[in-house]
Design a protein around this ligand. Structure first.
Ligand SMILES: [Zn+2]
Ligand SMILES: [Zn+2]
Length: 147
């Protein structure tokens, strides 16, 4: 995540003729400032810390709007609350054992997306769902246990 993504999101907002309210700016900048995968609650608490006058419900509504406009992506995961991201070029993998969330460039899925389109007439969209599996750490632990 980078500042550039925030600048781009704000530019899109303006190009659509929408107002850059404090809440909108705080949500975009908050998401741009972290590599963590933040839930609506965490984001709302950060923003309230800086701008106590912004209600939690305003933050939630702002997230909904930004998602609807395609500037922010909501990602669901199997355990725990959905998290939010500035719309960008990466997808997510979640470890079912330890909950670690990893970023994977969207281009890694290009072949799969193309094959599903060509062979199954299906347009895959994995932006809103983290893919579930197991991260490398546990394989190493198991190997140690087996010795
Ligand atoms: Zn793990
Ligand atoms: Zn991510």
């Amino acid at each position: 995540v980078s500042k550039a993504e925030a600048v781009r999101a704000i530019a899109y907002l303006r190009a659509d003729g929408r107002r850059l309210t404090t809440a909108r700016r705080m949500v975009i900048e908050g998401l741009a400032q972290t590599d963590e995968h933040v839930t609506a609650d965490i984001l709302a608490r950060w923003i309230q810390h800086v701008h106590p006058e912004i209600h939690l419900s305003t933050v939630y509504r702002t997230l909904d709007s930004l998602c609807a406009w395609g500037l922010v992506t909501q990602v669901h995961q199997p355990h725990g609350a959905a998290f939010f991201h500035l719309a960008g070029a990466h997808e997510h993998v979640v470890c079912d054992t330890c909950g670690h969330i990893g970023d994977v460039p969207a281009s890694e899925f290009d072949d799969l997306v193309k094959r599903l389109r060509d062979h199954y007439d299906f347009d895959l969209d994995i932006r809103h769902t983290a893919l579930i599996g197991r991260c490398g750490r546990h394989a190493a632990e198991e190997a140690r246990r087996r010795v």
